[in-house]
Design a protein around this ligand. Structure first.
Ligand SMILES: [Zn+2]
Length: 115
Protein backbone atom coordinates (compact mmCIF):
# COMPACT_ATOMS: atom_id res chain seq x y z
CA UNK A 1 0.00 0.00 0.00
CA UNK A 2 1.77 3.15 -1.22
CA UNK A 3 1.63 6.59 0.38
CA UNK A 4 -0.05 7.69 -2.79
CA UNK A 5 -2.83 5.17 -2.27
CA UNK A 6 -3.34 6.23 1.36
CA UNK A 7 -3.49 9.88 0.28
CA UNK A 8 -6.02 9.05 -2.40
CA UNK A 9 -8.11 7.02 0.05
CA UNK A 10 -8.11 9.93 2.51
CA UNK A 11 -9.20 12.29 -0.27
CA UNK A 12 -12.07 10.01 -1.24
CA UNK A 13 -13.17 9.62 2.38
CA UNK A 14 -13.29 13.41 2.64
CA UNK A 15 -15.54 13.41 -0.45
CA UNK A 16 -17.89 11.10 1.42
CA UNK A 17 -16.71 7.73 0.12
CA UNK A 18 -17.03 4.73 2.42
CA UNK A 19 -14.71 1.75 2.57
CA UNK A 20 -16.43 -1.55 1.78
CA UNK A 21 -15.69 -5.02 3.10
CA UNK A 22 -15.47 -6.27 -0.52
CA UNK A 23 -12.03 -6.41 -2.05
CA UNK A 24 -10.94 -5.45 -5.52
CA UNK A 25 -10.89 -8.65 -7.62
CA UNK A 26 -7.64 -7.50 -9.26
CA UNK A 27 -5.42 -6.08 -6.50
CA UNK A 28 -7.30 -7.32 -3.39
CA UNK A 29 -7.41 -3.89 -1.75
CA UNK A 30 -10.66 -2.70 -0.16
CA UNK A 31 -13.16 -1.09 -2.51
CA UNK A 32 -14.69 2.31 -1.90
CA UNK A 33 -18.26 3.36 -2.50
CA UNK A 34 -18.85 6.90 -3.67
CA UNK A 35 -22.45 7.70 -4.52
CA UNK A 36 -23.64 4.85 -6.74
CA UNK A 37 -20.14 3.92 -7.85
CA UNK A 38 -17.88 1.28 -6.37
CA UNK A 39 -14.25 2.06 -7.10
CA UNK A 40 -10.84 0.58 -6.59
CA UNK A 41 -8.55 3.50 -5.82
CA UNK A 42 -5.46 1.45 -6.55
CA UNK A 43 -6.56 0.32 -10.03
CA UNK A 44 -8.44 3.56 -10.59
CA UNK A 45 -11.46 1.82 -12.05
CA UNK A 46 -15.10 1.26 -11.31
CA UNK A 47 -16.03 -2.21 -10.12
CA UNK A 48 -19.46 -3.70 -10.72
CA UNK A 49 -20.59 -5.66 -7.66
CA UNK A 50 -24.31 -5.73 -8.39
CA UNK A 51 -24.12 -8.73 -10.71
CA UNK A 52 -22.52 -10.93 -8.07
CA UNK A 53 -25.10 -9.91 -5.47
CA UNK A 54 -27.98 -10.78 -7.78
CA UNK A 55 -26.41 -14.13 -8.56
CA UNK A 56 -26.01 -14.84 -4.85
CA UNK A 57 -29.66 -13.98 -4.23
CA UNK A 58 -30.78 -16.04 -7.21
CA UNK A 59 -28.83 -19.01 -5.88
CA UNK A 60 -30.54 -18.77 -2.51
CA UNK A 61 -34.09 -18.17 -3.76
CA UNK A 62 -35.07 -21.81 -4.52
CA UNK A 63 -34.03 -22.82 -1.00
CA UNK A 64 -36.10 -20.06 0.57
CA UNK A 65 -39.11 -20.98 -1.56
CA UNK A 66 -38.78 -24.65 -0.58
CA UNK A 67 -38.66 -23.60 3.07
CA UNK A 68 -41.82 -21.52 2.72
CA UNK A 69 -43.57 -24.31 0.84
CA UNK A 70 -42.75 -26.79 3.60
CA UNK A 71 -44.04 -24.44 6.31
CA UNK A 72 -47.22 -23.84 4.34
CA UNK A 73 -47.86 -27.57 3.93
CA UNK A 74 -47.29 -28.13 7.67
CA UNK A 75 -49.81 -25.36 8.43
CA UNK A 76 -52.31 -26.72 5.90
CA UNK A 77 -52.20 -30.14 7.58
CA UNK A 78 -52.73 -28.48 10.94
CA UNK A 79 -55.76 -26.51 9.73
CA UNK A 80 -57.12 -29.58 7.99
CA UNK A 81 -57.05 -31.43 11.31
CA UNK A 82 -58.91 -28.53 12.97
CA UNK A 83 -61.44 -28.52 10.14
CA UNK A 84 -62.11 -32.23 10.59
CA UNK A 85 -62.62 -31.82 14.34
CA UNK A 86 -64.72 -28.66 14.10
CA UNK A 87 -68.39 -29.10 14.90
CA UNK A 88 -69.41 -25.46 15.17
CA UNK A 89 -70.16 -23.98 11.74
CA UNK A 90 -68.31 -20.81 12.69
CA UNK A 91 -65.21 -22.86 13.40
CA UNK A 92 -65.61 -24.67 10.09
CA UNK A 93 -65.86 -21.35 8.28
CA UNK A 94 -62.83 -19.94 10.07
CA UNK A 95 -60.73 -23.00 9.30
CA UNK A 96 -61.98 -23.00 5.71
CA UNK A 97 -60.97 -19.36 5.25
CA UNK A 98 -57.51 -19.99 6.64
CA UNK A 99 -57.15 -23.07 4.47
CA UNK A 100 -58.11 -21.04 1.40
CA UNK A 101 -55.49 -18.39 2.16
CA UNK A 102 -52.81 -21.03 2.74
CA UNK A 103 -53.67 -22.86 -0.49
CA UNK A 104 -53.50 -19.62 -2.46
CA UNK A 105 -50.08 -18.88 -0.95
CA UNK A 106 -48.94 -22.40 -1.77
CA UNK A 107 -50.04 -22.07 -5.38
CA UNK A 108 -48.19 -18.73 -5.66
CA UNK A 109 -45.02 -20.29 -4.24
CA UNK A 110 -45.24 -23.23 -6.64
CA UNK A 111 -45.64 -20.86 -9.60
CA UNK A 112 -42.59 -18.90 -8.42
CA UNK A 113 -40.54 -22.06 -8.13
CA UNK A 114 -41.38 -23.04 -11.69
CA UNK A 115 -40.47 -19.65 -13.14
ZN1 LIG B 1 -7.80 -2.80 -7.58
Amino acid sequence: MSDDYVKKAAEYMKMGATMLSELCPICKLPLFKLGEDVLCLNCGRKIILVKEDQEAIAAKTPLILTDIEESLIAKILEVRRKLMLAEDLDDVKKAGDVLNTLLEALSTIRKLRKS
